[in-house]
Design a binder for this molecule. Structure first.
Ligand SMILES: NC(=O)c1ccc[n+]([C@@H]2O[C@H](COP(=O)([O-])OP(=O)(O)OC[C@H]3O[C@@H](n4cnc5c(N)ncnc54)[C@H](OP(=O)(O)O)[C@@H]3O)[C@@H](O)[C@H]2O)c1
Length: 246
């Protein structure tokens, strides 16, 4: 059966790789992001004459008041909806001695407030139709408060908890909620960073995410090895963790 998906944050990195894989698997995909040219470029690569699979919806997730209008238009134009993936995110560089409320606010607006705006819309629709899948891209960074990125870590921890609560609400309606926690991935977000342990390519991350969707996992580390490493890192006492350069 033809499936219909929204990917928020489709214009680069992991979201873009997910779009390619979903379209190859036969999905109709609506791509949401600010950069229309990047989305148009992807549509030109994917769509064949008379057979469009990828549809472009430029939108800034910070403009939460506009989310419902875009969401409703997508549902009408795709003639239904089965999957919503929130892959939008920002991780501005901050120095270890920098404390900047404007940057912290921007991180939360995209990584948390934008996510809740889109996934609340998905939750309401999927609850009513008794089915559907919600996927949120968290991070291993949300499992521990690392000194390099306080607001980014906090935003991902908030997203993880929000997704867990959505799962607890929606499972009785047959709606599946998947929390993805990737380790480092080579994308524009991480370009130029030197410490990227066990980093993988965006397409490998997308492959791991689709595998987790197919086996209907609740929480999936990508690659799976992080699911072994992170519980160990989480068990390190704070007094020791603060002395480590993690
Ligand atoms: N790369 C990693 O190592 C890594 C690891 C763990 C988790 N993650 C998470 O995975 C997700 C994807 O990251 P990525 O590495 O693929 O990053 P990326 O290549 O920088 O892509 C980020 C996506 O978010 C969109 N976006 C950012 N701000 C937006 C806004 N205001 N409105 C709408 N869309 C917006 C961007 O589109 P526009 O710029 O066109 O708006 C882009 O499509 C993020 O949530 C990230 O935190 C990444």
């Amino acid at each position: 059966m033809l499936k219909r998906a929204i990917v928020v944050g489709a214009s680069s990195g992991i979201g873009e790789a997910l779009v390619r894989r979903l379209c190859r698997e036969g999905y109709l995909v609506a791509g949401v992001a600010r950069r229309k040219e990047a989305l148009d470029h992807l549509a030109a690569e994917i769509n064949r004459p008379g057979e469009a699979r990828f549809f472009v919806y430029p939108h800034d997730v910070i403009e939460t008041a506009n989310a419902k209008g875009v969401f409703d238009r997508i549902v009408t134009e795709l003639d239904g909806l089965d999957v919503v993936i929130y892959a939008a995110g920002v991780m501005p560089r901050v120095g270890e001695d920098q404390f900047d409320g404007a940057i912290d606010r921007q991180i939360f607006e995209v990584n948390v407030i934008g996510a809740m705006a889109w996934l609340d819309l998905a939750a309401e629709r999927f609850q009513a139709q008794h089915g559907g899948m919600i996927v949120g891209l968290g991070s291993v960074a949300g499992d521990r408060g690392r000194r390099g990125q306080p607001a980014y870590c906090a935003s991902k921890a908030a997203l993880h908890t929000y997704l867990e609560a959505l799962r607890n609400r929606l499972s009785r309606f047959g709606v599946h909620v998947l929390t993805v926690k990737p380790g480092p991935v080579h994308t524009p977000m991480t370009k130029g960073l030197d410490k990227l342990p066990m980093a993988i390519e965006a397409d490998a991350a997308a492959e791991g995410i689709l595998r987790a969707m197919n086996r209907r996992a609740d929480v999936a580390y990508v690659p799976f090895q992080w699911g072994i490493i992170m519980p160990i890192i989480q068990s390190i006492p704070s007094l020791i963790f603060r002395r480590m350069s993690l």
